[in-house]
Write a protein that binds this ligand. Structure first.
Ligand SMILES: NC(=O)C1=CN([C@@H]2O[C@H](COP(=O)(O)OP(=O)(O)OC[C@H]3O[C@@H](n4cnc5c(N)ncnc54)[C@H](OP(=O)(O)O)[C@@H]3O)[C@@H](O)[C@H]2O)C=CC1
Ligand SMILES: Cc1cn([C@H]2C[C@H](O)[C@@H](COP(=O)(O)OP(=O)(O)O[C@H]3O[C@@H](C)C(=O)[C@@H](O)[C@H]3O)O2)c(=O)[nH]c1=O
Length: 281
């Protein structure tokens, strides 16, 4: 049996579609059905289903909010992961978990690999890094996928935010000097399932190929969506956001490509595919 936590999120939705396609049996819990910060609720799920695989797609992802509400961020992104890892070890479950490019400070000249030094600039990144460490130290069997700039079904992603900002402002201003890799939740779900089937374990970057700025991402998405809006490139610092973000946190996917003997398509083809086949206004 496969158990999914955080099942209303964009990545969890893509996972559920992927597992359905593969005719795999799973049971999925949203926050109301199982709050991962609640040890007794978590334990009840483990004891009831004795899962072979646990997919933790739950997270506190509000990067700016995390600066002020850091105790909630640390509870969901770090302490709950330790609880889940402890239970996974006890019940012999394999734990699949997701982390972020925001564990890096963005000062490297080049793409980050799995062994590069981490140095998160914001509370969200710190909480996710602690989650990784607690999981690795727990001694349970795991896969951690570091990914970036994820989009899928739902509203908590940059594309939906752009459309929202668009409706509020005549000219849309988008940062030209913040770089990473937009990554499709569908590509993550497909490749993570493949990695599971192949028996991979450990920590891997899992991102589409290439990299871009927020500005390039916005203009490409708008051209595909045929949104005729003036998009103005601006310095990211004008937004004065609560959380500091890395300048260039793009990660290389070489390790997972070599381990699975696959090539991962570039961010533009993945985004075009998403906007054509999955995107709902
Ligand atoms: N989105 C991105 O750009 C990136 C995401 N990641 C990582 O990928 C993973 C999936 O993210 P994504 O699908 O985008 O996130 P979403 O925000 O779409 O989904 C997260 C889900 O977790 C749920 N959740 C929050 N707190 C709890 C809790 N205490 N118990 C149970 N469920 C909870 C949320 O529910 P509710 O909405 O009700 O709070 C939401 O449904 C996360 O680990 C994230 O950190 C990594 C890099 C980039
Ligand atoms: C308000 C505004 C922001 N921006 C830019 C600047 C800012 O850095 C960025 C913020 O966008 P978001 O809120 O989508 O970014 P953010 O929530 O920081 O996105 C991150 O989320 C977490 C969960 C991750 O793990 C990361 O990989 C990354 O996807 O957008 C504009 O370009 N125009 C605007 O009008």
């Amino acid at each position: 049996m496969i158990v999914i936590f955080g099942c209303d999120g964009q990545l969890a939705k893509a996972f559920q579609e992927q597992l359905n396609k593969q005719n795999k049996t799973f049971v999925a819990f949203n926050k109301k059905q199982c709050d991962i910060t609640n040890y007794l609720q978590l334990k009840d799920v483990f004891a009831t289903y004795k899962p072979k695989i646990v997919i933790n797609a739950a997270a506190y992802n509000l990067v700016d909010e995390c600066e002020v509400n850091f105790s909630e961020g640390f509870k969901v992104n770090a302490l709950s992961v330790a609880q889940m890892a402890f239970l996974s070890k006890q019940f012999g479950s394999f734990l699949v978990h997701f982390s972020t490019d925001y564990v890096f400070d963005g000062t490297k000249v080049g793409l980050y690999n799995e062994n590069d030094t981490t140095n998160p600039l914001n509370e969200y990144g710190k909480s996710k890094l602690l989650g990784e460490r607690l999981l690795i130290e727990s001694g349970c069997d795991y896969l951690i996928f570091r990914t970036s700039w994820v989009y899928g079904r739902g509203k908590n992603n940059f594309i939906s935010k752009l459309i929202n900002w668009c409706e509020k402002n005549e000219i849309l201003k988008v940062a030209y000097n913040e770089f990473s890799i937009p990554t499709s939740a569908y590509d993550i779900a497909y490749l993570a399932s493949f990695a599971l089937d192949k028996g991979l374990n450990g920590l891997y970057n899992l991102v589409n190929s290439g990299f871009c700025s927020r500005f390039e991402w916005a203009t490409f998405a708008f051209s595909k969506l045929k949104i005729d809006k003036l998009v103005y490139p601006v310095d990211r610092l004008i937004f004065n956001l609560k959380a500091n973000r890395p300048f260039l946190s793009a990660m290389t996917n070489k390790l997972i490509c070599n381990s699975l003997n696959v090539e991962i398509r570039d961010w533009k083809s993945a985004l075009a595919d998403f906007l054509e086949n999955h995107y709902e206004k």
